[in-house]
Design a protein around this ligand. Structure first.
Ligand code: F6R
Length: 577
């Protein structure tokens, strides 16, 4: 939900910021803008649309801030794009988050004759800084005074025309990349990975100033933050020979699934101990992360463990069942999803323990948890979760099997089969996409733990192709959804040895009504028009079964002229409720 980045150093900052914003555009891409110190003034440039299609700016400046937007307050217009400024244009601000009390602040400022040009919550910030500066405070003092007026969540960068850069974080991510005499302050590391791997992860309540030196305080008290190297390789943030990050990240699963399983032994043992101890295991996540929770809950339950998957935004409904005996496994790629962070807060208030599964070990989720299991995939830049989905599935299945005392060899076999399944999937994906590309609806059927995987498959297809797609418990089909099956409706069926007989009947039922059935299954059933074989690996099979659907979703997106990396209306990190 919006990405911000600032540069302070000796080089051409406008170019660096434009390149950095392109790397952050997974956080929002409906408009973008930059503010650059040019001489004694600030030059502001804003545009609607995706920065990657925007013009390359020739702006010699060594102090620059930029923003890529996912609209919340106000529609997609140049006026609503960031940066926002005070009236004289000497203070520019970019912001990620939501200022909850902006309406009151705006009214108070209008009473003081401040003029607003946008409908955003952000615009109150430069005006407030201006207000305090006009009353004799310095830029730094005014920035800090402004922060104390704000309610809500934010990562903010403010640039003054004298070249001073101020920053703050509360509830939205912000980190500082440090190179030799250069600073990059950003929502996320990929925006500056080409320049440095040395990173300070700011804490909630941190704010600071960059002028002759870097000063950081936490809620007003001096704070000492140390830069640490991130183990990420720059090639992860580059497309290389691939056309899109989606296909690059799908292919990376040959590496990321084995890596996710290759966790520190002591960490997994500790998590397993906590799982065994709790009589009430709750798993929470949103979107794909919820689907992996639901799939894992089925494994825990099958092994006799009481486990409840809860959608992050519905967590309040589970709150009455929480106690100090509860263990919450909170799953979030970004570690910044607001509903998951709220769930953790609620669980903590009830005294529950929390294990975080996240791809960002420095995230807000990781900081709020007792134990952090990293997904370890490296940054995922496509808006769709693919490699992080299978990393979550791998780790959660590992925990379920280990806590039930079961053999985990099937997971190792699944990891070793990723390449072959991707190869097989590629043989079919293009042809199937051609056949399915004009469909208006698509259904995915599964039973048992494969029901949750059916929801994940449908999510992948709908978000990138805009085809209406539903994942259904196959047995539920007859209770309504079968009314929508007509001649040519694509139906994907996830089968395995345990469910094949029943799911074959369900596949027959839809086929009898004209559906075209694609079976992703260890064996071919007569009900399948098309079949993509995967090895029979019990609980671990789902790691492989989702792969051909990811490939199909990608090819369908291309066949329908959709941008796979940037589906409409979506942002990767959902930091609003
Ligand atoms: C699906 C997708 C989203 C995310 C959801 C949760 O492809 O990307 O549904 O899974 O927004 O995000 P995290 O895992 O960051 O909490």
């Amino acid at each position: 939900m919006c990405g911000i980045v600032g540069y302070f150093g000796p080089k051409n900052g406008a170019k660096i910021i434009q390149e950095g914003l392109a790397k952050l555009s997974y956080r929002g891409y409906d408009s973008w803008g930059i503010a650059a110190k040019t001489g004694e003034t600030l030059t502001i440039y804003k545009q609607t649309g995706d920065i990657e299609r925007g013009e390359k700016l020739e702006l010699p400046s060594t102090r620059v801030i930029g923003h890529t937007r996912w609209a919340t307050h106000g529609s997609v217009t140049v006026a609503n794009a960031h940066p926002h400024t005070n009236e004289s244009g000497t203070i520019a601000v970019v912001h990620n988050g939501i200022i909850e009390n902006y309406a009151l602040l705006r009214e108070a400022l209008i009473d003081e004759d401040y003029l607003f040009k946008s409908q955003t919550d952000t615009e109150v910030i430069p005006h407030l800084i201006d207000y305090y500066m006009k009353r004799g405070q310095t830029f730094a003092e005014s920035f800090s005074r402004t922060l104390s007026d704000l309610k809500g969540s934010y990562a903010i960068l403010a640039l003054h025309a004298d070249g001073t850069l101020a920053f703050a974080r509360k509830g939205s991510p912000l980190c500082i990349g440090i190179a030799d005499g250069e600073y990059f302050i950003s929502s996320d590391i990929p925006s500056f990975l080409a320049h440095t791997k040395n990173v300070i992860h700011l804490e909630d309540g941190d704010s600071g100033i960059l002028d002759t030196e870097l000063t950081i305080t936490n809620y007003g008290k001096p704070a000492h933050r140390i830069a640490t190297p991130v183990p990420w390789d720059i090639t992860i943030a580059r497309l290389g020979n691939h056309k899109h990050f989606m296909i690059k990240e799908i292919e990376e699963q040959q590496r990321t699934i084995p890596a996710a399983l290759n966790q520190e032994h002591a960490l997994i043992e500790q998590a397993v101990r906590l799982i065994k101890q709790t009589p009430n295991l709750v798993l929470a996540g949103c979107g794909t992360s919820y689907n992996t929770c639901a799939a894992a809950a089925a494994h825990f339950i099958a092994a006799g463990k009481h486990a409840t998957p809860v959608i992050g935004s519905e967590f309040d409904s589970a709150a009455p069942l929480l106690s100090e005996k509860t263990l919450l496994i909170a799953v979030s790629q970004s570690g910044e999803t607001a509903d998951v962070l709220d769930a953790v807060k609620t669980a903590r208030e009830k005294g529950a323990r929390v294990i975080a599964l996240t791809n960002v070990p420095s995230s807000s989720l990781a900081r709020a948890s007792d134990l952090v299991i990293p997904l370890g995939t490296g940054p995922e830049l496509c808006v769709l979760a693919t490699k992080t989905c299978t990393a979550q599935l791998a780790i959660l299945t590992l925990l379920a099997l280990k806590s039930a005392g079961k053999d985990t060899g099937t997971l190792t076999q699944a990891a070793a089969s990723v390449r072959a399944v991707l190869e097989e999937g590629k043989k079919h994906a293009k042809k199937l996409a051609e056949q399915f590309k004009d469909a208006t609806s698509l259904f995915v059927l599964g039973r048992g733990h494969l029901r949750a995987l059916a929801s994940e498959a449908a999510l992948k297809i709908k978000e990138v192709t805009y085809i209406h797609a539903e994942g259904i418990a196959a047995g539920e089909l007859k209770h309504g959804s079968i009314a929508l099956i007509e001649e040519g409706t694509p139906v994907i069926v996830f089968g395995n040895n345990e469910t094949r007989d029943l799911i074959t009947s369900n596949a027959m039922e839809v086929r009898a009504r004209g559906a075209i059935v694609l079976g992703i299954d260890s064996e071919r059933s007569p009900a399948y028009d098309y079949h993509i074989p995967i090895p029979e690996l019990g609980e671990a099979g789902q790691l492989l079964q989702i792969l051909p659907v990811q490939l199909l979703a990608y090819e369908l997106a291309l066949a329908r002229g959709c941008n796979p990396d940037k589906p409409r209306n979506l942002a990767k990190s959902v930091t609003v409720r």
